[in-house]
Design a protein around this ligand. Sequence first.
Ligand SMILES: CC(C)(COP(=O)(O)OP(=O)(O)OC[C@H]1O[C@@H](n2cnc3c(N)ncnc32)[C@H](O)[C@@H]1OP(=O)(O)O)[C@@H](O)C(=O)NCCC(=O)NCCS
Length: 186
Amino acid sequence: MVRFRQEQGADIAARDALLDAALGPFRRLKTSERLREGRLPAAGLSFIASAERRLVGTVRLWSITAGPARPALLLGPLAVDAGMRQAGIGTALVTLTIARALRLGHRAILLVGAPDYFGRFGFSSAQTGALRLPGPSDPARLLALELVSGALDGASGLIAATGRLAPAEIGRRRSTTMPDLRRSRA
Ligand SMILES: CC(C)(COP(=O)(O)OP(=O)(O)OC[C@H]1O[C@@H](n2cnc3c(N)ncnc32)[C@H](O)[C@@H]1OP(=O)(O)O)[C@@H](O)C(=O)NCCC(=O)NCCS
């Protein structure tokens, strides 16, 4: 039996292994990763699927702005264990995240993915033509779903990360911006 629940800290290693297997070793080079690196996912919006206590599916949502001052979410990565596909797990994960995002008051979800797959949930490129990602991408794969009607009316410009910084990233930024005290004393 497949169960769905919020992701927990103890899921991270299994989730990483699933993503490596599903998306390959270069997954962190994707442009959409630029919106996730060094950030925490949006609160309450990371889910996993498990079967026989094994993690078999994952999805997360991230805080972004779709052009200036237009809060939205980015969905991804979504992945299901290769041996468990075609059984509705991906559909259940996406449906669950959309419903939870709606309940939490979010206004729109963007993603980079296959229109043939995500079209079934209402995602399309109809409102993303004037938006751009922070790196190379295929415009046909930049999709959006409004949770609030009109949320993406006139959306244009750069899509940027707005999520909370991960603790490791806070440390990294501190160490690169701290003045070199030895030198300033000299
Ligand atoms: C995409 C993915 C999450 C779907 O998971 P799943 O649990 O098999 O999906 P579901 O069972 O809910 O849906 C299966 C349907 O999606 C279709 N589908 C799966 N991947 C697709 C794709 N890339 N493009 C179009 N359709 C796709 C299947 O053909 C099937 O169609 P049908 O309902 O008409 O038979 C899974 O194939 C996967 O992990 N792929 C590798 C990672 C990936 O590409 N992630 C998406 C990018 S973020």
